[in-house]
Design a protein around this ligand. Structure first.
Ligand code: GLV
Length: 344
């Protein structure tokens, strides 16, 4: 790593990550200091052209043009576990390793999934708004009736349906044991894991939709999972069921979801992500049976700091021409295209 190595951090990340890079003698360029503004395309291209390693967030599209803009670029170290904003196939072809921050945000994301589930089932946000508006005048037996998450007075075990049974889906399932729920899981890439799992039982996709009281999504966004939940799937769910999405917005057809919420095909939804983020589909904001959060699933102080240091560690691996342990395209290291870049 030369003394003049530069990492282009597209937008401000927690200090711990910046500090790690500074201590390693890296020159840091931050593309956008204002946390409420994005980085425009030209500034992204200019930053990429001048750096050795790019450290982006999920808000920047890192497409082929961006990746090809700098023939000396040694790697991409994204501060996020999801990397659907990056054209990984193009990066691999161009010999650029791409790394992410898996693992460290699993528990925090599972916590927020449960916060959404509880909030929408028990109408916490509606009830809070009622309180702060000064509308609470008299206790009443019909005030804000919601749905049980545990067995409640019915004695019926509620069914949690987890779609995508990777690290986060499993952490969500683990949290259900205190509620004595039945857990169904669907994940074509983890059939064996589900078969061995002490908590969840395998269910086909349709069966899971039909039987679950809560359907929670934990899949990556890929061409196969885009609009995985659309009108037919929402209509297949129970009218009393809730949909929770803390994965990626485009996994759900948001316009169909708005109709489902308005017309009562399902009882409610808890969303942390949106199809065209930060915009919401028309009508969604007016749905009182939706709890809506601004993509904060991994937003705890500790987790975001750790994500930042992990991204910084990945960036240092790229600069030192070492294999990044979290590379999502590790095959790139064996390619001539990588060797030409790294040797240059
Ligand atoms: C957040 O959405 C992430 O992918 O880390």
């Amino acid at each position: 790593m030369s003394e003049t190595s530069t990492v282009f951090v597209t937008r401000k990340i927690p200090d711990a990550g910046l500090e790690l890079l500074r201590q390693a003698g890296v020159e840091l360029v931050i593309g956008q200091e204002d946390e409420e503004r994005g980085l425009d395309r030209q500034a992204l291209l200019d930053g990429v052209a001048r750096c050795d390693v790019l450290l982006p967030l999920l808000t920047e599209p890192i497409d082929r043009q961006v990746l090809a803009h700098n023939p000396r670029l040694l790697g991409v170290a994204q501060m996020a576990v999801g990397y659907n904003n990056i054209d990984v196939a193009a990066a691999t072809e161009l010999g650029i390793p791409v790394a992410n921050t898996p693992g460290v945000l699993t528990e925090t994301t599972a916590d927020l999934t449960w916060a959404l589930l509880m909030a929408v089932a028990r109408r916490v946000v509606e009830a809070h708004a009622y309180m702060v508006a000064g509308r609470y005048k008299l206790w009443g037996p019909n005030l804000f009736l919601g749905s049980d998450v545990g067995t409640g007075a019915s004695g019926r075990r509620k069914v949690l349906g987890v779609i995508g049974y990777g690290r986060i889906g499993q952490a969500v399932a683990r949290r259900s044991t205190g509620f004595d729920m039945e857990v169904l899981a669907y994940d074509p890439y983890n059939r064996d894991g589900i078969a061995r799992d002490p908590i969840a039982a395998w269910a086909d996709f349709e069966e899971l939709l039909e039987r679950s009281d809560f359907v929670t999504l934990h899949v990556n966004l890929t061409p196969e999972t885009e609009h995985l939940i659309g009108e037919p799937e929402l209509r297949r769910m129970k009218e009393s069921a809730f949909l929770i999405n803390a994965a990626r917005g485009p996994v759900v057809d948001e316009r169909a979801l708005v109709r489902a919420l308005q017309e009562g095909w399902i009882a409610g939804a808890g969303l942390d992500v949106y199809e065209d983020e930060p915009r919401m589909a028309p009508g969604l904001a007016e749905c009182s049976n939706a709890v809506l959060l601004p993509h904060i699933a991994s937003a705890s102080h500790d987790t975001r700091s750790r994500m930042a240091t992990m991204a910084a560690e990945n960036a240092l691996c790229h600069l030192r021409r070492q294999r990044a342990p979290n590379a999502v395209n590790p095959e790139v290291y064996d390619s001539g295209a990588y060797r030409r870049r790294a040797g240059g």
